[in-house]
Design a protein around this ligand. Structure first.
Ligand SMILES: NC(=O)c1ccc[n+]([C@@H]2O[C@H](COP(=O)([O-])OP(=O)(O)OC[C@H]3O[C@@H](n4cnc5c(N)ncnc54)[C@H](OP(=O)(O)O)[C@@H]3O)[C@@H](O)[C@H]2O)c1
Length: 284
């Protein structure tokens, strides 16, 4: 593990990055999290200068293009941010012997397995976003000698770019909420991602891991749990995902197993329900 423990956070305005910033501040750890205008991962020269100037030992890349439907119309941008820029970052980090933490996605899978996906399963993305995320993680794994790639799913944290925030908005406007019951994965809370990432760094773990909260849920189950937990009176109706016409195809059952990371670190990662409970306490 790097002796230089200074951390550089990229993608500082995103929900995962914000959770890192608040946790690193609380822990009094040495880190920098420049604004995107000073750290755009698609500006290769800027990234090179930033690494030379800030001299981190560890880079945590939270930057990503996550607009799954928009990526179908604009594959160039999705591939630039999620694949080419990550490939460049990996090359620059490797050249300087830095440690890179990068995040992948459950959308690298096609959802046809019928069981929880493990790190040994072959990816087969159904959409542009999934392909771009796969290319990014493959670049890190091929180029870097010291890295962590964590595949995440349904990330929920501070800010507005997550399902629970959108659900709250829909619940204000509509009494009846139609939510897909056959779209399944694992709601994963940024606090838990941060905790596990920092522990993995502390313990010197390397390689590819699935990092999710424990258990899994359909969007419908997640919505019902959240609506009940927040004391709302909305009626949540289960519908098939096919009733929503979206630009991108999505996997039906993309839930991943977090067994490997729990075993390696000797920890129990909280269930997604505990994550929702915490999220509600914070937002109340
Ligand atoms: N969100 C999910 O449900 C989900 C699911 C599976 C995996 N993941 C992965 O988890 C990681 C963290 O995601 P998140 O939920 O925190 O995403 P997020 O909230 O969308 O944050 C990503 C951040 O990256 C920024 N960004 C975009 N292009 C950039 C560039 N060229 N240079 C620097 N920053 C750039 C975005 O800015 P703008 O908003 O201005 O574009 C945004 O602030 C990502 O790798 C993501 O792919 C997320």
């Amino acid at each position: 593990m790097a002796t230089n423990r200074k951390i550089l956070i990229l993608g500082s305005a995103g929900q995962l990055a914000k959770a890192f910033i608040s946790s690193l501040e609380q822990r009094g750890m040495d880190f920098v999290a420049p604004a995107e205008s000073e750290s755009s991962i698609t500006d290769f020269d800027q990234i090179s200068r930033l690494l030379d100037k800030t001299k981190p030992g560890i880079i945590i890349n939270c930057a990503a293009y996550n607009a799954v439907d928009a990526a179908e119309e604009d594959p160039e941008t999705a591939l630039l941010v999620n694949a080419r820029a990550v490939e460049n970052l990996a090359q620059q980090c490797e050249k300087r012997s830095l440690f890179l933490v990068h995040y992948g996605s459950d959308y690298v899978f096609d959802g046809n397995k019928g069981d929880l996906y493990t790190e040994e399963d072959d990816p087969n993305p159904l959409n542009v976003y999934g392909r771009s995320k796969l290319e990014g993680e493959v670049a890190v794994r091929e180029i870097m000698s010291r890295y962590l790639v964590f595949r995440l799913s349904w990330v929920i944290g501070p800010g507005t770019q997550n399902f629970l925030h959108k659900l709250s908005g829909w619940a204000e406007q509509n009494r009846i909420l139609k939510i897909s019951a056959d779209e399944v994965s694992v709601p994963t809370f940024t606090d838990d991602v941060v905790k596990v990432t920092l522990l993995a760094l502390e313990k010197g773990l390397q390689g590819l891991y699935h990092l999710t909260n424990s258990s899994y849920a359909s969007r419908y189950e997640l919505a019902r749990y959240y609506i009940e937990k927040t004391g709302r009176q909305n009626i949540v109706v289960p519908v098939p995902m096919s009733s929503f016409k979206t630009a991108a195809r999505r996997p039906l059952f993309a839930a991943m197993s977090n067994r490997k990371i729990q075993k390696e670190l000797g920890i129990d990662i909280p269930t997604w329900q505990e994550g929702v409970d915490r999220f509600c306490e914070r937002s109340s």
